[in-house]
Design a protein around this ligand. Structure first.
Ligand code: HEC
Length: 118
């Protein structure tokens, strides 16, 4: 009987503790393991539809997204995901347009995670 009461006290204390402290649920990490995303098959078209009207041979902001090299450079610096996810501290891209849809952002993220295959 004593144990039951003790257990009840412990459990309710834990519950209160959990409720009152701000529990930050970590975002579920993106699972890219089953995704085969390539530059030629996926990324090239995304960039051409959303980015290259500004970032082309004029090298706007130092990027010509008509080239794989430039996309890789933006990816490695963290700017590619930072800008399209609209993370604080980055310019919001694509500029003067709405945010890319989540599926497209995930695709780009998985492409980077999986080694930026051609
Ligand atoms: C309407 C023109 C336009 C479009 C479309 C556009 N950008 Fe930009 N981008 C700019 C300009 C202008 C800058 C210069 C930075 C600024 O806005 O302050 C820039 C800067 C950047 C930078 C440099 C980061 C920084 O903070 O300066 C990155 C990376 C970038 N853009 C990625 C993209 C990507 C990826 C897309 C497509 C999803 C895209 N941009 C679409 C105009 C554009």
């Amino acid at each position: 009987m004593k144990n039951v009461i003790l257990t009840a006290i412990v459990i309710s204390t834990l519950l209160v503790a959990c409720k009152s402290s701000k529990v930050v649920v970590p975002a579920v990490p993106l699972d890219c393991s089953s995704k085969t995303i390539t530059y030629s098959g996926d990324i090239k078209a995304i960039m051409e539809n959303n980015c290259t009207r500004c970032h082309n041979t004029n090298n706007k902001a130092g990027y010509n997204f008509l080239t794989l090299e430039s996309i890789k450079k933006a990816a490695m610096s963290g700017q590619l995901l930072g800008t399209i996810k609209r993370t604080k501290g980055f310019a919001k891209m694509p500029a003067f347009s709405k945010k890319l849809d989540q599926a497209t952002i995930d695709k780009i993220e998985c492409w980077i995670t999986n080694g930026m295959k051609e």
